[in-house]
Write a protein that binds this ligand. Structure first.
Ligand SMILES: Nc1ncnc2c1ncn2[C@@H]1O[C@H](COP(=O)(O)OP(=O)(O)OP(=O)(O)O)[C@@H](O)[C@H]1O
Length: 245
């Protein structure tokens, strides 16, 4: 059913000046799925997720999120977007950052305070609520950015390399939480990653290479297409010029 397609891209191109960065990307992501976007550095992952988040516009083609043509201002309250570089106020404490972003989403007072406690506990930062951001490590900043993206309980989460700089134990707990959000709260999650074992947490995978979507499907489908029993090998095949319809 069309309404259950949470993200739909039709023939999307994006160019910067004379450089075409995305080439004719079409794909559909159903509701309540975790979709991973994999691809080498510079393949266009960030450019693609920015179009879906409505931060940037396609040069050609259309992007629909939850049936709405993007970009669209009203959709911001339904999306959680975690950028690749942390957009945090360094001189402020984590708490003040959370209050600032929470208020942008229309949260206030006690409900905001309660939600802040919840999301900080999810990312294991409760003890560091009052620390200034310049005292945070890179991994702590990533976790705080993730907490901020979850503040307003969005039904679509778009995470650009959320686990960079995060140790394996915490990475595991973050993935556990993402899986819980998807299965129990019905959140649809789009995540870019370089980390191959994160692909195993995804229901769907898209492989990007030089701005082309070279393969899209479930991990099982992609392994079958690549005639391989590992996602890593499938990535090497599709990430190096293989093609899948
Ligand atoms: N605003 C911009 N202006 C000009 N070129 C850009 C812009 N944004 C991205 N690009 C170019 O688009 C290409 C794809 O970049 P993008 O950041 O989407 O790749 P990526 O797959 O996310 O890379 P990484 O894994 O290193 O983050 C690169 O060649 C980059 O230089």
């Amino acid at each position: 059913m069309e309404s259950q397609v949470w993200i739909k891209l039709s023939h999307v191109n994006r160019s910067f000046g004379t450089q075409q960065v995305l080439h004719d990307i079409s794909m559909q992501i159903p509701r309540q799925q975790i979709c991973g976007l994999l691809g080498p550095s510079g393949s266009g992952k960030t450019t693609l997720v920015k179009l879906i988040a409505g931060i940037d516009t396609a040069s050609q083609g259309t992007v629909h999120v939850m049936g709405e043509k993007m970009p669209q201002f009203q959709m911001l309250s339904k999306l959680g977007y975690m950028a690749q570089s942390d957009a945090l106020y360094n001189e402020l404490s984590a708490l003040d950052n959370l209050i600032f972003f929470g208020e942008l989403y229309g949260l206030r007072g006690k409900p905001l305070r309660a939600r802040i406690e919840e999301v900080m506990s999810l990312v294991n930062l409760s003890e560091h609520l009052h620390k200034k951001i310049h005292q945070y490590s890179g991994g702590m900043k990533r976790r705080l950015s993730l907490a901020i993206s979850l503040l307003h309980s969005p039904s679509l989460l778009i995470l650009d390399e959320p686990t960079v700089g995060i140790d394996p134990i915490l990475r595991k707990s973050i993935w556990k939480e993402l899986n819980r959000l998807c299965t129990e709260e019905g959140v649809t999650i789009l995540v870019t990653t370089h980390v191959m074992d994160e692909a195993t947490h995804c229901d769907l995978l898209g492989f990007l290479r030089a701005g082309h979507l070279t393969a899209f499907g479930s991990p099982q489908e992609l392994m079958q297409k690549a005639d391989s029993d590992s996602i890593e090998e499938a990535f090497l095949i599709f990430g190096n010029g293989g093609n899948a319809s």
